[in-house]
Design a binder for this molecule. Structure first.
Ligand code: GTP
Ligand code: MG
Length: 603
């Protein structure tokens, strides 16, 4: 069954699951109401495990026989960002990725692998064929497995004899046809049509936003697969630099990642500089090294060589592009077995620190992630963000804007970056290329003030805030938590949190900023309308009118980009544009979904 027909089956199963869902809604409502009773929001206040159980999509997927994994819950165990990353990296080093036939006997497969050691975890997914991720309890099992794995004999071609941890399971042909299909874990996001349908059935905007996060966020399996792909790449780069580590950063680790997002990687060479040489004898040895003209030139030459190696020796790595002249040089490629688009950079420690900062903000209060996922989804549906580089607002920029907005609440929901720095201990000290990147790593030190704003209120006021923000003269600064005078004339100025002389939104032009502001104004206006905010009681399972957040995903009256639509808009009074929009909301949910369902915002 294809992913799409599988999803369709899920939607149809919905009606039969109504009673289960009603129970889930009740759990959801209770959980969110309880938020207001706490004076302090500590790390892990809202266990995601329970939220996932409360989400409709989990119920639907579980009923459909597709066990959705629990999302990132490590932080609630009071682990630091570094500890979580290290644990995942170590698990990935004990894992293999195996291409499987479409049908095979799972037990027999696991019995075969168990001859090499205990299998801790495994899961299957489908991407250009069926794959298994298998995590052993010890690294020795990998060595044993590799000893018993053959280099294939390829007819009419020659094989590069590189022994990676990407393997193929050979199942005797006559035996595989009669075998059951294993349970595949979903690795792509639901379509906007499915999301609209799912959210329309919720009882409040707050529930909608929570459900959206549940539906889009990376699953535990998807994160494991991302770390495994980095680890496989590390084996290639390790041929040149055995101490190197390839680490994921960006949305894979910052807790705002959506299924289908790219894998940003850093080639970390710091381990090479560590030395155990004893001081005191007066003598010392140094490696003779080749010198480059600059740090940047060395980074470019390392990435160039590793890019070539990935291209020529990396199994499953296709479409390798070396983009070495970019401000941050990178190698871009597709990892076909996982379906991930990968961006490999080097010498990019500040970006890792930015990921840690966003992760920290995401853990402090559950509303942060809900608001970021909603704003990102809203922006993608309206083409405010794009997967193509250009003058658009990026997801990173949007996330910083949400953080800034939450710092402005009264009382603030998030602390400023300077406050996070003041709470840091001696081991948190971090200076990268002269930039002080120190932030507290122990989240339990952060005590937040009581703020009971609902998600509905926050979403509405986010749009009002940026619909009226004085972008022409003010810049956004999350370090100070204050607007500041713009130091230059770019359309949008958002101070880079760590490299404070840089603007993270330098790429954004006036047209794109104007589109964003107009959409914010329109969305704020829509959320003031009662008919938009409340779910209509007349709707049935077959016909659900878009309302609340889903109404904001309908085509905008102000975002037309064609010349014709712009001219038409000028002639049309504002009141009739709004009326058109309200009319468009009266389209039956099914029709609207069908129209929008063809656009998958993740891609
Ligand atoms: P996705 O769109 O889901 O991939 O979000 P992302 O956060 O991973 O964004 P992206 O892949 O564009 O960039 C990866 C990471 O690089 C971000 O999370 C930031 O840490 C960093 N980054 C991206 N753009 C900028 C920028 O303009 N300035 C700085 N300082 N860092 C950036
Ligand atoms: Mg990314």
């Amino acid at each position: 069954m294809s992913i799409h027909s599988h999803r369709r089956a899920i939607v149809y199963a919905r009606a039969r699951l109504k009673s289960t869902m009603a129970a889930s809604f009740a759990v959801c409502r209770l959980r969110f109401r309880s938020l207001g009773r706490f004076d302090r929001f500590y790390l892990g206040l809202e266990p995601q495990t329970q939220r996932r159980l409360a989400s409709t999509i989990s119920v639907i997927k579980a009923q459909a026989g597709n066990k959705t994994a629990k999302a990132v819950t490590k932080a609630k165990e009071n682990k630091t960002f570094q500890a979580i990353q290290e644990e995942r990296r170590e698990q990935a080093e004990r894992s293999v990725l195996i291409s499987c036939p479409p049908r095979f006997n799972e037990k027999k497969f696991l019995d075969y692998l168990s001859k090499h050691g205990t299998v801790n975890k495994h899961f299957f997914y489908s991407s250009y064929g069926a794959y298994a991720v298998v995590e052993f309890s010890s690294k020795e099992s990998i060595a044993s497995l590799k000893e018993n794995t053959n280099i294939p004999a390829v007819e009419h071609e020659a094989a590069v004899p590189f022994k990676s941890r990407l393997l193929s399971l050979k199942w005797p042909g006559s035996q595989s046809n009669n075998q059951p299909v294993p349970n595949f874990q979903e690795q792509s996001p639901p379509s906007i049509g499915d999301i609209t349908q799912l959210l329309s059935e919720k009882d409040s905007v707050d529930e909608q936003l929570q459900c959206l996060t549940e539906a889009l966020q990376l699953t535990e399996e998807n994160i494991s697969l991302r770390f495994l792909v980095c680890s496989l790449l590390g084996d290639i780069a390790g041929a040149y630099f055995p101490e190197c580590i390839i680490r994921p950063f960006g949305s894979t680790v910052n807790s705002f990642g959506k299924l289908g997002c790219d894998v940003d990687m850093i080639l970390d060479l710091d381990g090479i500089y560590a030395t155990s040489q004893k001081k005191g004898s007066g003598l010392s040895l140094e490696y003779q090294v080749k010198r480059g003209a600059s740090e940047r030139a060395v980074t470019q030459s390392i990435l160039s060589v590793i890019g070539k190696c990935v291209d020529q020796f990396g199994p499953g790595c296709v479409g390798v592009q070396k983009i070495l002249q970019a401000r941050c040089p990178l190698v871009r490629f597709s990892h076909q077995p996982s379906g991930f688009q990968c961006d490999l950079t080097a010498n990019n420690r500040v970006a890792m620190k930015s990921s840690e900062l966003l992760f920290l903000y995401g853990q402090l209060d559950p509303r942060v992630r809900h608001l970021v996922f909603s704003v990102r989804c809203w922006a993608r549906v309206h083409n405010i963000t794009s997967s193509i580089p250009g003058a658009w607002i990026t997801n990173f920029t949007l996330t910083v804007m949400v953080v800034f907005f939450l710092q402005q609440r009264n009382p603030p929901i998030l602390p400023t970056l300077d406050q996070l720095k003041d709470l840091a201990g001696p081991s948190d000290k971090c200076v990268i290329e002269g930039n002080d990147c120190t932030i507290v790593s122990d989240l339990s030190k952060i005590i937040l003030q009581k703020n009971t704003d609902t998600l509905e209120k926050l979403l509405q006021e986010f749009f009002e805030f940026y619909g009226n923000f004085p972008f022409n003269k003010a810049s956004i600064n999350i370090r100070k938590g204050k607007e500041q005078t713009k130091p230059e004339t770019t359309a949008l100025y958002i101070q880079n949190p760590f490299e404070t002389t840089l603007n993270v939104s330098k790429n954004v032009n006036a047209t794109q900023l104007e589109r964003f502001v107009k959409l914010c104004q329109e969305s704020a206006w829509l959320l003031q309308k009662r008919e938009i905010l409340n779910r209509s009681s007349s709707q049935s399972a077959e016909s659900v009118l878009p309302w609340g957040f889903t109404a904001l995903l309908l085509p905008s009256v102000t975002s037309g980009t064609g010349v014709k639509s712009r001219r038409k808009r000028k002639l049309e009074p504002a009141s009739s544009r709004i009326k058109n929009l309200l009319d468009s909301l009266k389209i039956k949910g099914g029709e609207t979904v069908a129209k929008k369902g063809s656009t998958n915002p993740s891609r």
